[in-house]
Design a binder for this molecule. Structure first.
Ligand code: SF4
Length: 443
């Protein structure tokens, strides 16, 4: 039988999907490349925005004719949309099962070990021997989709209750992996050719390992970074995401010291307004953000800093929005993932505040802060003109090979050979644009 997984959302979801693949392949399912010829479809969903959920609901219409054609087809949903329970239709109650009659089962990602049992009921599959040994989420080895850049979870769940966010309800409280397990996964990935390690967790800053060195004065996350840096073959380490309230100085101090700490960090600020940050329950101030950025740029003056911003959060005034723009400009945040606030049922914000910023105002703020980011990014990228940059090639598209520089800048050069994927190539930049650096290969 053939499976197809459609993944939405953040790196954590992509990492989860690699573990789902392992379970399915151990059960004997084979991968296929689309909905059309699948006997099993799993949607690994994101629930950050209402739009993301609506997109899933919209798939109901596509699934009905597929199920008519293939009576064996079973469809399930996991990810942040599934928070209440795991099981098959009839055994569990879930809004999504009422809204989408074509869905056969749902499972919380933390219940991934229940997936074989669910599928045994639906497809009458006999679980493969190997599945029985998969005792918990973290012990399910991932089936890595991209061998050169891997996503490795350090923790799951979250103990922060940012008022707009559903994740703590969907993924539960924070649970951290032993350092030895993470290192083992890193070493295996490096042996297979991984060059870039992306550590993922809702808040990697509070990583708390049961097997950290008790004699060390460094935070557990700093210890982990040191150990990964020492693994042969690892050239780049990135991590998603730090929480500004918890980021420690010892992690900042590793920039410029460890060879694989790239000159880029993702620091989600969400807003530049003290009052909005309070309503968001983020527990830090704009001054804390200024302090962090100052320390980071003291270590690496040209560090690229990307961020997340929500515009139009409950009660956001024009002045509060302007404070966000001012802070983005002041801190020179050169890449923003901007979202217009949309209410998520079940969050603190949905109970406490009104989603009262009109849609057209949110749209306007989205546009204005996007324009600001473009200017900052364009200005930042000018420093690369005439310089050599090293790209880890990710794909070949429309006559170009592209990939990221250590600063997380997309860069490209003319090429059409797929063998370049996963290789380092150095180019001399002659065209630094807003979103991309372009140039020719140099020896
Ligand atoms: S830190 Fe806040 S935004 Fe991030 S996952 Fe936890 S609750 Fe959500």
């Amino acid at each position: 039988m053939k499976y197809f997984i459609q993944t939405y959302g953040c790196q954590m979801n992509y990492s989860d999907s690699e573990r789902i693949v392992t379970v399915l392949e151990k059960m004997g399912y084979e991968k296929t490349n689309g909905f059309q010829d699948a006997d099993l479809i799993i949607l690994n969903t994101c629930s950050v925005k209402q739009k993301a959920e609506d997109r899933i609901y919209g798939l109901g219409e596509i699934f009905a004719p597929l199920k008519e054609k293939n009576l064996n087809l079973k469809i399930g949903i996991t990810g942040c949309m599934i928070r209440e329970a795991s099981g098959i239709r009839g055994d569990v109650k879930h809004d999504v099962l009422n809204i989408m009659p074509t869905i056969d089962f749902v499972f919380r990602i933390k219940d991934l070990m229940q997936l074989p049992e669910i599928l045994n009921k639906l497809h009458k599959t006999e679980g493969a021997e190997g599945v029985k040994n998969l005792c918990d989420y973290f012990h399910i080895p991932p089936t890595i989709a991209n061998l050169t850049q891997v996503f490795i979870p350090v923790s799951k769940g979250c103990n922060n209750f940012c008022s707009y966010c559903i994740v703590p309800y969907a993924r539960g409280r924070e649970e951290c992996r032993p350092m030895a397990d993470i290192l083992d996964e890193v070493k295996k990935a490096a042996k297979r050719g991984a060059k870039e390690i992306n550590l993922v967790g809702q808040n990697v800053s509070t990583y708390n390992a049961p097997d950290a060195d008790p004699e060390s004065k460094e935070s557990h996350f700093a210890q982990l970074l040191r150990r990964i840096d020492a693994v042969e073959g690892v050239d780049r380490i990135r991590f998603y995401t730090v929480h500004p309230k918890d980021m420690t100085d010892d992690v900042i101090d590793l920039y410029g010291e460890l060879k694989s700490m790239v000159p880029h960090i993702h620091l989600p600020i969400q807003s530049g307004s003290e009052t909005v940050l309070k309503r968001m329950n983020r527990n830090y101030s704009p001054d804390r953000l200024r302090e962090l950025v100052r320390k980071l740029r003291n270590r690496l003056p040209h560090m690229s800093i990307s961020s997340d911003i929500i515009v139009g959060f409950c009660g956001e005034t024009e002045e509060e929005f302007q404070e966000s723009c001012d802070l983005v400009q002041e801190l020179k945040l050169d890449l923003l993932y901007i979202s217009k606030y949309s209410e998520r049922k079940g969050t603190l914000a949905s109970e406490k505040y009104e989603d009262d910023v009109p849609a057209d105002v949110k749209k306007d703020r989205f546009f204005r802060i996007t324009e600001l980011m473009k200017d900052i990014s364009h200005e930042y990228n000018q420093q690369f003109k005439g310089e050599k940059v090293k790209i880890l090639v990710e794909r070949i598209r429309k006559g170009y090979a592209d990939g990221k520089t250590p600063e997380f800048k997309m860069a490209r050069f003319k090429a059409d050979d797929p063998k370049l994927i996963g290789k380092y190539v150095t180019i001399k930049v002659d065209k630094p644009m807003e979103w991309c650096l372009e140039g020719d290969v140099v020896a």
